[in-house]
Design a protein around this ligand. Structure first.
Ligand code: NDP
Length: 283
């Protein structure tokens, strides 16, 4: 597509951000839909984040993805917060409000994971058995909110910081969401049908961990939100127990697709997005 004076600009902001796969993903969808737009990665120094947001809004940058470490500050700086952002306290998707000269905040991380599950393991909703979510940070809170909105199943959330986990359980549905400790993980895995690692353990091979998944249901889905590396020790353990397993590349495609929908009003093809990401990863 030719870039002209009327090309709309979109970007991902983070620090670091040069490694981001979002430009490859979003530009492929923009091209497939024939929109006159361009998506780039913009690094921002931590001291300058709010100033950068004001400048981007002033220059008509139409939509932004926000990544580490700015998701909480993006939520706080927004003109308006979606209900999900109010719950989670973090935003990964900002949409320009031209009249207000600022951004409206959304959080598509959790719904992106659910969209990926629906695309690649669509039976997850029907399976009996509980859901186990590991972590209670920004990604985990968004995932818990999405799971609670999409499913009545019991959910166990395991986190080092119990207060953090209890807080989101109380906000969402304390009858559905029970908080547990890491020591209790083996008992929670018994009979689980969906287990999601939403901690940063295993990211870039730091603090890898490998639970024994053999007590889970034979057709359980073991999900890692991490995609760097794609095969973590956690997923190796799922493979060893012959369980279905997925890395976080599908969640990246899902959250990106929902952001695209906020900006352009059309839901792009998530499977095509995942294929684009897989090809980009394979290099
Ligand atoms: P946060 O820093 O907000 O949360 C980190 C979480 O990991 C907390 O629950 C923390 O527990 C837990 N944790 C960190 N280190 C340890 C450890 N050594 N032992 C036990 N628990 C630990 O990060 P995010 O929520 O933003 O990100 C979490 C993960 O999700 C990352 O790996 C990130 O890559 C992934 N992610 C993937 C996305 C995708 O599109 N695939 C999108 C967004 C995130 P505590 O609260 O006790 O400190």
């Amino acid at each position: 597509m030719k870039t002209t004076g009327s090309t709309e600009l979109y970007a991902v902001l983070g620090n670091p951000v040069r490694h981001s796969m979002s430009p490859v993903l979003q530009n492929a969808w923009i091209q497939a839909h024939g929109f006159k737009a361009l998506y780039v990665a913009l690094p921002v120094e931590p001291d300058n984040f709010e100033v950068a947001l004001q400048g981007l809004a002033a220059s008509d940058v139409c939509g932004l993805n926000i990544t580490t470490p700015f998701k909480e500050r993006a939520a706080a700086a927004a003109l308006r917060q979606s209900d999900r952002v109010k719950l989670v306290g973090a935003a990964n998707c900002l949409t320009l409000d031209r009249a207000g000269r600022g951004y409206d905040a959304n959080n598509t991380d959790g719904d992106g994971l659910v969209a990926d599950l629906d695309a690649r393991a669509s039976d997850w909703r029907e399976r009996a058995g509980q859901i186990v979510v590991l972590g209670a940070g920004g990604a985990a809170r968004s995932i818990l909110a999405a799971l609670s909105a999409h499913s009545q199943k019991p959910i166990h959330v395991i986190n080092r910081d119990q207060d953090r986990a209890q807080q989101i359980a109380n906000q969402l549905n304390p009858e559905q969401i029970q908080v547990g400790t890491w020591q209790e993980l083996p008992q929670h895995l018994a009979d689980a049908s969906l287990v999601i690692n939403a901690t940063s353990q295993g990211l870039n091979n730091q603090s890898p961990f490998s639970p024994d998944f053999s007590p889970t249901q034979p057709d359980a889905v073991i999900y890692d939100t991490i995609y760097s590396p794609r095969m973590t020790a956690y997923l190796e353990s799922a493979k060893a127990s012959k369980r279905r397993y997925f890395d976080g590349l599908g969640m990246l495609a899902g959250q990106g697709a929902l952001a695209f929908q906020h900006w352009f009003g059309a839901l792009p093809d998530i499977r095509a997005g995942l294929k684009t990401l897989e090809e980009a990863f394979a290099g």
